[in-house]
Write a protein that binds this ligand. Structure first.
Ligand code: ASP
Length: 295
């Protein structure tokens, strides 16, 4: 079985001076996931490692560096889905967990499927995950954007994008796993949850068929259950690239007028990626081919 991994750093409107940072962040995540896969680690380990790197990289809207809610706090969501068992772990509304993807993995391995808020935080403490002050997740760039938006509430244009992160990997044993993590949308209502932790919306993985991870305007993605829809296109025999193109075409042309992107990986290592936003940083590596990356 060929190992493979694809990661993305969010679909949005990336300022020119930040493009290299987005690509570097994706490549670092790819390298971490790839070296684990090469050493025989599971796709679950590879996805967790890749997403953790992007959560810790302040350029992305995930973990440290996430966008702020209208109250000026950070609230994090994440999920991971195992394509062989179809088990998943989702977490939402976290304020004190530094790496939500690791908590999502603990949930996947436990009796529940989705934990949110105080219960999820308590579960994190019980499993010894690193906790932090909410303020430790806030970076000056995001605080400044929040202050400007608060001063001019009508200036929606300050929302420079959706920089959620995601990964899909196939390991040597042939399992396929999808994972993602986000701070959500800029100036979101406290308590708001987007597509990211919702299975079938922000992500879907079926080791027999393939996996998809979406990013962008979560409300529109959720209404279409876009990740499941993309995997269904693979099920019908469509190429991953054609499936990604059609999924994003559907997002853009639905009544929602949605914006976003998606990445797709088939069990035999064919990849697809598409967006209808100005940019989506990504990086991918499939055994036997050179790595690719772009924005
Ligand atoms: N989809 C995420 C959300 O709506 C945002 C993103 O992809 O950047 O929460």
């Amino acid at each position: 079985m060929s190992i493979a991994i694809i990661v993305h750093g969010g679909a949005g409107n990336i300022p020119d001076e930040e493009i290299d940072l987005y690509i570097a962040g994706c490549r670092a995540a790819l390298a971490a996931g790839w070296s684990l896969l090469q050493s025989g680690a599971s796709a679950l380990d590879a996805c967790e490692a890749a997403v953790r790197i992007m959560e810790d990289d302040p350029i992305f809207d995930a973990g440290t560096g996430s966008v702020l809610t209208s109250l000026g706090t950070v609230e994090l969501d994440a999920a991971v889905m195992d394509g062989r068992t179809l088990r998943y772990g989702s977490v939402a509304n976290l304020r004190h967990v530094r790496n939500p993807i690791s908590l999502a993995r603990r949930v996947l391995e436990g009796p529940a499927t989705f934990l949110a808020g105080a219960g999820a935080e308590e579960f994190a403490t019980r499993h010894g995950l690193e906790r932090c002050e909410n303020s430790a997740l806030i970076v000056p760039r995001e605080y400044a954007l929040w202050q400007r938006r608060r001063a001019q509430p009508q200036t929606a244009a300050l929302d420079h994008g959706h920089d959620t992160v995601g990964a899909i990997a196939i390991d040597a044993a042939g399992n396929l796993v999808a994972a993602n993590s986000t701070g959500g949308t800029f100036f979101k209502l406290p308590g708001r949850i987007g597509d990211t932790p919702l299975v079938g919306c922000g992500l879907y993985a079926d080791a027999r068929v393939g996996g998809a991870v979406c990013t962008g305007w979560g409300e529109a993605i959720t209404r279409l259950a876009l990740a499941r829809r993309a995997v269904e296109l693979l099920e019908r025999g469509m190429e991953p690239q054609a499936a990604a193109d059609l999924a994003i075409h559907t997002l853009a042309n639905s009544a929602n007028d949605g914006q976003g992107g998606c990445i797709i990986l088939s069990p035999d290592g064919r990849i697809g990626f598409a967006r209808n936003t100005p940019y989506m940083a990504y990086a991918a590596c499939v055994e036997g081919s050179d790595p690719i990356w772009g924005c």
